[in-house]
Design a protein. Structure first.
Length: 256
């Protein structure tokens, strides 16, 4: 009787182990949620709940800043060729896809001034503890980490090389059309929209502020391409941040 009981116990343990082996690991997702945090009593700043933007407006000039998380970026751009996310790649050690960038969509609407301009080299993402980051638009051109500065090492006759070449071309095309470019003056009655990409936030970050320094309000000549800037303003767009790893339902695709 003791031998039968032992055999049953061994079989039960073996079956349990097999069932455990067949159970897929949980699907994890890294979530970054940024919400506007209007500080101070300045009437020039406001929170637009329609799209969670921080809005600054004075005398017909409006600047809107909105954080774009990976879900929003994937809904806009094909993840296979998006320059803003890591696509379907997951970190094998973490079990989820970390953010590639901290992406901020900036919209400048100029209703009244002759010409204004935002210079990405003057944009800084600052954390409460003093750490800060520059955007890629302000420090140089987009470079895929795998490819360094060119494609010279790829064998163009190979299928893999050709596929990667066209994929990279697609990424560069999306980036050139959607990032906030330098030297983009906005004339009266027009607007300009672009994305600034900063390094991804440290995991312990709980807030950040986009500082737009030396935003140009006026030039000494009206013609685009001429004149020197003569009037400036420094702007700050603060956000509170929540970062977490959540388990995603394999059927509903939502966190739980």
């Amino acid at each position: 009787m003791g031998m039968r009981t032992t055999i049953k116990l061994i079989l039960a343990v073996a079956v349990g182990m097999c069932v455990g082996c067949l159970t897929p690991p949980p699907q994890l997702k890294y979530v970054v949620k940024a919400k506007p945090e209007i500080r101070g009593a300045s009437a020039s700043y406001a929170h637009d709940p329609a799209d969670s933007s921080v809005v600054w407006e004075e005398e017909g000039l409006e600047i809107r800043v909105r954080h774009l998380d990976d879900d929003q970026l994937d809904s806009r751009f094909d993840p296979k060729v998006s320059p803003y996310t890591l696509g379907d790649w997951k970190d094998p050690d973490l079990g989820y896809r970390p953010p590639l960038w901290t992406a901020l969509e900036v919209t400048v609407i100029n209703r009244t001034r002759e010409r204004v301009e935002l210079d990405p080299t003057q944009a800084i993402l600052r954390l409460a503890d003093g750490r800060y980051f520059f955007c890629s638009q302000g420090v140089g051109k987009y470079v895929d980490a795998e490819h360094y500065y060119d494609y010279s090492y790829l064998k163009w006759s190979a299928d893999a090389g050709n596929v990667e070449f066209y994929r990279q071309n697609d990424r560069a095309d999306i980036l050139n059309r959607t990032q906030y470019l330098r030297e983009k003056p906005i004339r009266k009655g027009r607007k300009y929209v672009g994305i600034l990409t900063f390094p991804r936030l440290p995991e312990d970050a709980v807030d950040f502020t986009l500082e737009v320094n030396n935003f140009i309000l006026a030039f000494d000549r009206f013609e685009v391409g001429y004149g020197n800037p003569v009037e400036f303003i420094d702007l700050k767009f603060p956000f509170k941040v929540e970062q977490s790893v959540v388990e995603v339902s394999s059927t509903a695709g939502s966190g739980r």
